[in-house]
Design a protein around this ligand. Structure first.
Ligand SMILES: [Cu+2]
Length: 166
């Protein structure tokens, strides 16, 4: 009788300890995720950089696909260092924003990759499917020059753009 009572207590303690462990590991994951969010660090072949938030004007570029074709509106845009560009999904998705190493200034790759919010890959944003979804790209802490980009799904249809950073 006493043996069974002890066994019951022991198994209750084990169950309790297991529960606490599960709760602890959930909390650790949450706090790590939150801590990483404000300043994601991106490593590319060109090096490592931490996201530099836009501090200037936020410009808007629409991502459109309709019976006139696939395009960024405006396709060409001039911004100042520190500005940001908000790409807005309007129609005809999925669309994304992909910069290419030879078509951006030398030394820009790591910082630009870090500055693409929720990037899917170096220099490449996630895909947007639903209207009013956005991709924010900061042009803080990147060299002045010409940044050409395209939409990967519609590259063959000429969905390309260029941002000049002054
Ligand atoms: Cu597209």
């Amino acid at each position: 009788m006493r043996y069974f009572a002890l066994a019951f207590v022991a198994s209750a303690l084990v169950a309790c300890g297991g529960g606490e462990k599960a709760a602890d590991s959930t909390a650790a994951t949450d706090s790590a995720g939150t801590a990483a969010a404000p300043a994601p660090t991106t490593t590319t072949a060109a090096g490592t950089a931490t996201a530099a938030p836009a501090t200037g004007t936020i410009h808007e570029v629409k991502m459109v696909g309709d019976d006139k074709g696939y395009r960024f509106e405006p396709a060409e845009l001039t911004v100042k260092q520190g500005d940001g560009v908000k790409f807005i999904m309007v129609s005809g998705g999925p669309h994304n924003v992909a910069f290419e190493e030879p078509a951006i200034p030398a030394g820009a790759s790591a910082q630009l990759s870090a500055n693409i919010e929720n990037a899917a890959a170096p220099l490449t944003s996630q895909m947007l499917i639903n209207p009013n979804e956005v991709i924010n790209v900061s042009f803080a802490n990147v060299p002045a020059g010409s940044y050409s980009y395209n939409c990967v799904p519609h590259l063959a249809m000429g969905m390309k753009g260029k941002i000049t950073v002054e």
